[in-house]
Design a protein around this ligand. Structure first.
Ligand code: BEZ
Length: 328
């Protein structure tokens, strides 16, 4: 007979807030909750929905996954906290947020670590990257099943930008995490941490002078409406992780762990596949707007890159190995 799994907590089972019920064979059925910050039509959200369908199919409906996009369950810091307590089961989350708690993940944000999305894919699919997941349960309280990605980062500015000096003193929207803050500080700008949901208005009303963003969202969310210049810099990669709450993980059978980790690893890797396929299309869409596109490389930012390396090389021991993979 089915019963509420919450009765089992007394027996030492760690569970989330979702309703769990045991079936007769002791395999519990659950509607897992998966949160992410990206909008419904974003590649991450689409692959999260595909993951949800795959879990339902693979478990013959025993498990389902409800996907909550667009920060419905809070920002990433809040979602990570919920995953630590078991209030949230799963997430597709930026490595940015994870690096706030496990600084070695800052290695992925070395400016110009990769030249293009193909190199980003190689780095993220490497054994070296995978090996970094091992410390997450202990350090962060989550299980990392695999890497995904978004597109490479660009800078969209309200004004004309001809040199790095033109950015000095500007307020530049960043995703809230330390490695990117260090980069923009080294560039002499005022990095302004801001969640995705606030970026359009902030750029439109001049609260920020420029934003750090990828091509997909620059096009999809219409940031070109309020900007004159895009620096096509590809200055950083933007990895993502498929995460399961450590508490949810503990409550899963071995069989369910295998199903969920395999399917989630596939879904986040499918995000990498999609950017490999679509990054050039996203650029083509941005090119249709009135924005001036200025292609720049590491030399444009040189002093800031050197300064970033000086801060992060000691903090990110895997950086040399990731550089070797990218250079291969
Ligand atoms: C951002 O904060 O810029 C961002 C977050 C998730 C996916 C893509 C971009």
């Amino acid at each position: 007979m089915a019963h509420d799994i919450r009765k089992a907590t007394a027996a030492g089972l760690a569970i989330g807030l979702a309703t769990l019920t045991f079936a007769a064979n002791d395999a519990f059925a659950e509607d897992f909750r998966l949160g992410l910050i990206t909008p419904p039509n974003h590649i991450w959200t689409q692959n999260a929905e595909a993951f949800a369908r795959a879990v339902e199919e693979a478990t013959d409906g025993r498990h389902t996954v409800s996907v909550f996009p667009a920060q419905q369950l809070g920002n990433e810091a809040q979602m990570l906290q919920q995953m630590q307590t078991g209030a949230l089961d799963m997430s597709f989350m930026t490595v940015a947020e994870v690096s706030n708690r496990a600084p070695e993940f800052g290695a992925f944000y070395a400016p110009f670590l990769v030249d293009d999305i193909e190199e980003a894919a190689e780095v993220l699919r490497s054994d070296e990257a995978r090996s970094m997941l091992a410390t997450l349960p202990q350090k962060v309280g989550v299980v990392g099943v695999g890497f995904g990605a978004a597109g490479l980062r660009q800078i969209v500015a309200r004004d004309d930008i001809d040199s790095a000096g033109d950015l000095a003193g500007s307020k530049i929207r960043i995703t809230p995490f330390q490695p990117i803050k260090d980069f923009y500080e080294a560039l002499g700008t005022a990095p302004t941490p801001m969640p995705l949901s606030d970026v359009y208005d902030a750029l439109a009303n001049g609260q920020v002078d420029a934003i750090d963003m990828d091509l997909e969202l620059i096009w999809q969310l219409g940031y070109t409406d309020h900007a004159r210049t895009m620096l096509l810099s590809n200055h950083m990669m933007f990895p993502m992780l498929g995460l399961v709450s450590g508490r949810t993980w503990q409550a899963l059978s071995e069989e369910d762990r295998a199903i969920i980790s395999d399917l989630m690893a596939q879904a986040v890797d499918d995000c990498i596949r999609d950017y490999l396929e679509k990054e050039a299309q996203f650029l083509a869409e941005v090119e249709k707007s009135d924005i001036a596109i200025r292609e720049v490389d590491a030399a444009f930012f040189r002093d800031a890159v050197d300064a970033w390396n000086a801060i992060w090389e000691p903090k990110a021991p895997n950086l040399a190995a990731l550089r070797a993979i990218a250079a291969d």
